[in-house]
Write a protein that binds this ligand. Structure first.
Ligand SMILES: Cc1ncc(COP(=O)(O)O)c(C=O)c1O
Length: 364
């Protein structure tokens, strides 16, 4: 039995008629950049997740960049994030000329360790980018306590955690800004690039709205330095079709994860922790094993897809060689990178496929 790591075609085939009708309406109305579809999506996304207001943007990297601009980070400033994440969590820090500083993760959840975060703070620290990795909320109470103590600007990178709850509240509104990605492989994926910016702070929303369109409120008048961070109409149209299904898809991801958590019995395997404060949306289901590469080979032999997310932590990436870190700087992240393997988890996986994955893992 074949089990792909991810198959987006199943979801898109099921929604094909509705999706193409929505895209055709946008095409016919030539609503290509922002416009009604995006405005509708912003309202729908806000009401689905309970946010005050949402701004659609053109990737998940875009709102991180905008948030770093709004925070006023700049040369000489340090901004802390985790080294075990997608590179884009840190890019915004570089875009505004500040310095990324890393703090190690916790072993159980792959998320920023509040004690390591506190230890990384210096007089130059201006902010924190918290990543809710693999759909699992980070420890926001402890992280916000550190931020408050030092007066830091907090950005929550929720690219992988749409709808994930921390103490019952969807992530994105604990810090100053929350950011989302609608890259096609995400839990809520568009038909191209897309992202969103959320905040409880009205003045940040207003400024972000202007930054999104070249720093302007009125055409050809530019009060602040901005850029082009607009979501396009097709993304808004498709996301409006998909959003009503998000709760069902998330519940299915959570059910698949429960299957894995209960069924995987392989010796020496480390399953992801499920701390009581959070409810993961399982963008990934990532396990660790000391013989990870051999386990992957075994899965491939049985036609089961898997992925290495992430094989190299940020502090060991070439682009960050100038930061002065090296092997051993962040042992928990390095151990995760060396031992983790992500298993198939998407809503359309069948129970038979899941049982097959579990049986083959347990037989390794
Ligand atoms: C944790 C994290 N942050 C940021 C991003 C950036 O999103 P995008 O690819 O939409 O720019 C991603 C997505 O790939 C991500 O996984």
């Amino acid at each position: 039995m074949k089990v792909p790591f991810l198959d987006l075609s199943l979801q898109h085939r099921a929604l094909r008629t509705e999706a193409l009708a929505a895209l055709a309406a946008t095409y016919d109305a030539t609503r290509f950049c922002l416009g009604k579809d995006v405005e509708d999506f912003e309202k729908n996304f806000a009401s689905t997740l309970g946010y005050a207001r949402v701004l659609g943007m053109n990737s998940g990297t875009a709102p991180l960049h905008v948030a770093c601009m709004l925070a006023g980070f700049g040369p000489g400033d340090e901004v802390i994030t985790a080294p075990f994440t997608f590179i884009s969590s840190a890019w915004g820090i570089n875009y505004v000329g500040a310095k990324p500083v890393f703090a190690d993760i916790e072993e159980g959840t792959f998320n920023l360790d509040p004690a390591k975060l506190a230890a990384a703070i210096t007089p130059r620290t201006k902010g924190i980018i918290v990543v809710h990795l693999f759909g699992q909320p980070a420890r926001m109470d402890e992280i916000m306590a550190v931020a408050k103590q030092h007066g830091l600007f907090v950005i929550e990178d929720c690219a992988q955690a749409v709808g994930a709850k921390y103490q019952g509240t969807p992530v994105g509104v604990f810090g100053d800004v929350g950011t989302f990605s609608f890259y096609p492989t995400k839990n809520l994926g568009g038909c191209g690039e897309g992202g969103a910016f959320v905040s409880r702070r009205e003045e940040l929303l207003t400024k972000a709205r202007h930054i999104r369109v070249h720093g302007s409120d009125r055409r050809y008048y530019h009060d602040i330095v901005g850029g082009n961070f607009r979501m396009d109409g097709f993304q808004g149209a498709l996301l409006n079709v998909k959003l009503p299904h998000l709760a069902t898809w998330t519940a299915r991801r959570q059910a698949i994860a429960a299957y894995y958590l209960a069924g995987i019995k392989l010796a020496d395997v480390r399953l992801p922790d499920q701390p009581g404060y959070g409810k993961s949306v399982f963008h990934q289901f990532t396990i660790r094993h000391p013989r990870r590469d051999a386990l992957r080979e075994h899965l491939t032999k049985h036609e089961i897809g898997s992925d290495l997310i992430y094989p190299v932590p940020l502090h060991l990436q070439k682009c960050y060689a100038n930061l002065g870190y090296g092997p051993g700087s962040f042992p928990v992240s390095e151990k995760a990178a060396a031992s983790c393997v992500s298993l198939p988890i998407f809503p359309e996986l069948t129970d038979a496929q899941l049982e097959h994955v579990i049986a083959r893992i347990n037989a390794f």
